[in-house]
Design a protein around this ligand. Structure first.
Ligand SMILES: C[S@@+](CC[C@H](N)C(=O)[O-])C[C@H]1O[C@@H](n2cnc3c(N)ncnc32)[C@H](O)[C@@H]1O
Length: 209
């Protein structure tokens, strides 16, 4: 079992400065997807290699994982993938990174840390204030995907997002995956583990209206 990183630790107050999209990607005009809590980024590597008409950006709070992922991107000369180290809440709350939210077409929260104890709920990545920031900066039509195997966490995230009137839930059966950031429904590492263990997966999709 890995030790969870406390995102509220002061270690994460200092934020890595974002280069511009032109500096990050080979073609900055492509659709941009943001994966929050991307761990070592395997999911994004898989996506970036298959879907070259999208740019992918991962934010992860474990610095070592981000360093290794960045090195791999450079070695493999991948032009549509970028990783940022830090607490996603702090990074996306920072004025300097506002342009990221203004440019993303979609955001995924795949199997975020559940922080089971009530006193630790404030460490969960989805918070009402954070959803307000997303709601104020995302373009209309932007999509949020949430996925988890923890029902209580799902209910909490679903309620937090649904309480924001700028987001509307989309029925999964009405959603056109072929036009999304993940047309082949590639699975994250955690998702593969959950499927192997035959556990339930709870997921929802929301659109900014
Ligand atoms: C359970 S793992 C899931 C990893 C991956 N998304 C998957 O589905 O396999 C949750 C990840 O989110 C990261 N994380 C937790 N809180 C975060 C935060 N506030 N900002 C960025 N990353 C965070 C953790 O370090 C961990 O790598």
């Amino acid at each position: 079992m890995r030790q969870h990183v406390n995102p509220l630790s002061r270690n994460f107050n200092e934020i890595e400065k974002f280069p511009s999209l032109i500096e990050i990607f080979g073609d900055s005009k492509l659709n941009l997807h943001l994966d929050i809590g991307c761990a070592a980024g395997e999911f994004l590597f898989d996506l970036a290699l298959v879907n070259t008409s999208w740019n992918y950006l991962g934010i992860e709070i474990r610095e070592r994982l981000v360093k290794t992922a960045k090195l791999k991107v450079r070695e493999r000369e991948i032009k549509n993938l970028y990783f940022v180290f830090g607490n996603a809440n702090n990074i996306l709350n920072d004025f300097q990174s506002k342009f990221i939210l203004e440019n993303v077409k979609s955001i995924s929260f795949n199997f975020p840390d559940p922080w089971f104890k009530k006193k630790h709920y404030k460490r969960r990545v989805i918070q009402p204030d954070f959803i307000n920031i997303l709601s104020n900066s995302l373009q209309r039509g932007s999509i949020i995907f949430i996925k988890t195997d923890v029902k209580d966490l799902f209910d909490y995230m679903d309620c937090t997002i649904s309480n924001n009137l700028n987001f509307q839930k989309i029925d999964k059966k009405d959603f056109n995956y072929s036009k999304s950031f993940n047309p082949n429904k590639i699975k994250t590492n955690r998702e593969k583990l959950v499927i192997d263990n035959k556990l339930d997966i709870f997921e929802s999709i929301y659109i900014k209206i």
